[in-house]
Design a binder for this molecule. Sequence first.
Ligand SMILES: [Ca+2]
Length: 409
Amino acid sequence: MKRLSLLIACSAISSTLISTPTFAQDTAGQPVETKRANAPNQKPVFENQTRAPQPASIPKIATEVIAEDLPHLWAMEFLPDGRMLVTAKQGAMHIVSEEGDAGPAIAGVPEVAFGGQGGLLDVALAPDYATSGMIFFSYSEPRDDGNGTSVASAKLVSDDNAGGRLENFNVIFRQMPTYDGNKHFGSRLVFGPNNELYVTVGERSDRQPRVQAQDLASGLGKVFRIDASGKALPDNPFVSTEGAQPEIWSLGHRNMQSATLDGQGRLWTVEHGPRGGDELNRPEAGKNYGWPEVTYGVEYSGGKVGDGITQKAETEQPVYYWDPVIAPSGMAFYDGDAIPEWKGAFLVGGLVSQGIVVLHMDDDKVAYEERVPLDARIRDVKVGPDGAVYAVTEQRGGGQSTIVRLTKS
Ligand SMILES: [Ca+2]
């Protein structure tokens, strides 16, 4: 790939090659997070549920900006030919070449409710994309009485000029009810090993709608599991429950903007929690992840959330939580060979933590937490066909994005 030599205007990443500091050996075993907790009296249920130690061996990582001056991106996905399909939050898709050049806007992208946290959100390739050309994407859909997260499918037909168009556009799923707001739309789209499509959303944030995360008749604050036409899978947990939305897979979630499969094809998510309550979960069929009744962290105001309960028998404990928060964005499972220290780890983009959080797993628990500071808000993370890690940056308020490649130096 072309190495860009220009300094990046308007970007927090100010040089093309940055070696992130290697932590001294004496920090191994200590948590990377040293800031004061927002809820210092809340205690984890098990060891390493928060502030896990840093690993003894931390790879030295080099970063390289491979694309810049891009519109404000939300998600990226590698196409089989090595190019990148990206979504721009304002409501556009582009194909970015391996050299980092963005093609013209792809025609046929629907109007989105752009504003606040709303816009064009995630994109995923169909499992049979190589033959079908089908893509799936999520967005904040403008509706008569407000807006809501919707999932659409379309065939991506690219042209010779690196642009293209969407054909056979079809809205396959709508999160209901509609709500008139601009926060907590989620979302991520992840295909499971049997072509099932997981859709993560949010609970629309405000106090009135957010309690619906506990309501099976509502689609707010849920993980959904659907087929490519948007229908509930017949073995979903609530298909026989009176009044429940049959597409629901799990409940009690806040705002999930991070999701990926692990090496065994299981879904993992990271959700934006309240202040001091971001959490990693492995959502299982029919389980309740607590929000807003059981959670770590406090309200933005500093007051307790609900009754301030962090554990309850009927709700699942997070696998891991962060206080203070990282503000998770995209997430990937690292199964490449280029950075062997990260094999089997989750890589989670951080908006507030301005880098990548590396979670080293052991028996479905976090054994070590490592951070790769990138000095920019990270909006998405993907592993490339070369085994390198690709991070999408953003600037708050609609600035430009870059794509940064991380390799072992
Ligand atoms: Ca929870």
